[in-house]
Design a protein around this ligand. Structure first.
Ligand SMILES: Cc1ncc(COP(=O)(O)O)c(C=O)c1O
Length: 416
């Protein structure tokens, strides 16, 4: 097979140097490319379908989907048309448009547990609101969170409690181990009569580690513990939402939480998040102060209405599963052919890969860098995301290039 031309990154280097003067560390947050291998640009210019282009015009097949939001593909025509129609009317106004009612109605209709919705901007807003609503409803303070789970960047929930986080910020957080009901029971006991909520992700997707499916018995156990104690069960569906089931990611295992936090894929890249909840929490939700200057903007809501309709009508989840299966099977076969031992974990819509004996992710770093330089964007430390825009031919092209990336790992580290 022909080798894709290796990229050059001169515009990116110039922009990084300018950014170094005006942004802390040259970039902040999870999109800081400084710790990514060569081949990962810091700046992107455009996207179309499953392809993205950086500031040097280098093209990549996108398996990160903006860390999840791009579920239908970049610039999806139906979503862009709905957003443009709304933009031509108004976006940010003195009060919301009718889109907020239409979207709340749609989400409540699609989500078996939900009776009401509150909209905000980020996943961090949504998980925080869930906690505050649970506290308002129960009159209690403590929240049980899985050790290492990511639920947002604020001081209360960040798992990376480094700069600017005080012990007081964390005083009401207790931890448990994912899929371990005994550790949850220990947390419940430690909380005494002050347990407001237990929060969980639909499966364990803490980076950088193999992804772990939820044990259905664990999810049922959480439900039973919340029923027994009166605490609210919060499903943090920010990362996985809309890639598994349009009614919530635990619908297939038959466990219904009391509150769900959505964001990322809800509007195919437009900034929006939602909290959905049961009637039993409606009063609590009505007593909190929830607002934000941009929370009522109409364009993202119009985009969400179109995204959810397209996800359903275009059978998008099945297409993401199909694309993910092709990619994951191909990677497993290629690794074996290069005498490399890998674990491809997670559901096909959101997979991740690790190499054996790769404690510092050295092999994964080389693999992802070699792939990126050939135009395949696979993050070395974070789970990947499929979009419904990926077709068989793009997966085949990506696999031609990952074969060369595996060869690079083999050259550098040897086999097995
Ligand atoms: C499971 C989960 N919850 C919450 C968040 C926070 O979302 P945001 O980055 O939109 O604030 C994230 C972000 O990655 C997430 O993956």
């Amino acid at each position: 097979m022909t080798s894709a031309v290796r990229h050059t990154y001169s515009n990116d280097a110039a922009l990084r140097s300018r950014a170094g003067r005006v942004l802390p560390n040259g970039m902040y947050g999870h999109q800081n490319a400084a710790s990514l291998p060569p081949g990962f640009p810091q700046f992107f210019e455009r996207g179309q379908g499953c392809r993205i282009w950086d500031s040097d015009g280098n093209e990549y097949i996108d398996f990160l989907c903006s860390y999840g939001p791009i579920v239908l593909g970049h610039q999806h025509p139906r979503v862009e048309a709905a957003a443009a129609r709304q933009q031509a009317l108004a976006d940010c106004q003195n009060a919301p448009s009718a889109r907020i009612v239409e979207l709340a109605e749609l989400l409540v209709a699609k989500t078996p547990l939900a009776d009401w919705a509150i909209f905000c901007k980020n996943g961090s807003d949504a998980t925080m609101l869930c906690m505050v609503i649970a506290r308002a409803a129960t009159g209690r303070g403590k929240v049980l969170v899985a050790q290492g789970a990511y639920h947002g960047a604020g001081p209360l929930l960040t798992p990376r409690a480094t700069g600017g986080v005080t012990p007081q910020d964390r005083a009401n957080i207790l931890t448990y181990s994912y899929n371990d009901l005994a550790s949850v029971e220990a947390g419940v006991e430690a909380a005494g009569d002050d347990l407001a909520a237990i929060i969980a992700t639909p499966f364990r997707h803490d980076a950088p580690a193999d992804l772990v499916p939820v044990d259905p018995g664990f999810a049922l156990g959480l439900r039973a513990i919340c029923d027994r104690t009166g605490a609210a069960l919060i499903l943090d569906d920010v990362r996985a939402g809309f890639r598994f089931h349009l009614g919530g990611s635990w619908e297939p295992i038959g466990v219904r939480p009391d509150l769900v936090a959505y964001s990322k894929a809800i509007a195919n890249g437009y900034p929006l998040a939602a909290v959905l909840g049961r009637d039993s929490l409606r009063d609590g939700a009505g007593r909190i102060y929830a607002t934000g200057s941009f929370w009522f903007a109409a364009v993202p809501m119009a985009a969400a209405l179109a995204t959810i309709a397209a996800l359903e009508e275009e059978d998008a989840i099945a297409r993401m599963v199909q694309a993910g299966l092709l990619l994951c099977d191909g990677l497993r076969r290629q690794a074996a052919a290069h005498d490399l031992v890998v674990t491809v974990s997670g559901p096909p819509q959101m997979p991740y890969m690790t190499f054996a004996s790769d404690t510092g992710l050295e092999r994964m770093t080389v693999f992802a860098g070699e792939a990126a330089q050939r135009g395949v964007y696979l993050h070395p430390r974070h789970n990947w995301f499929m979009s419904a825009a990926l077709r068989e031919e793009e997966i085949a092209t990506a696999l031609e290039r990952t074969d060369e990336a595996f060869a690079g790992v083999r050259r550098r580290f040897g086999g097995s």
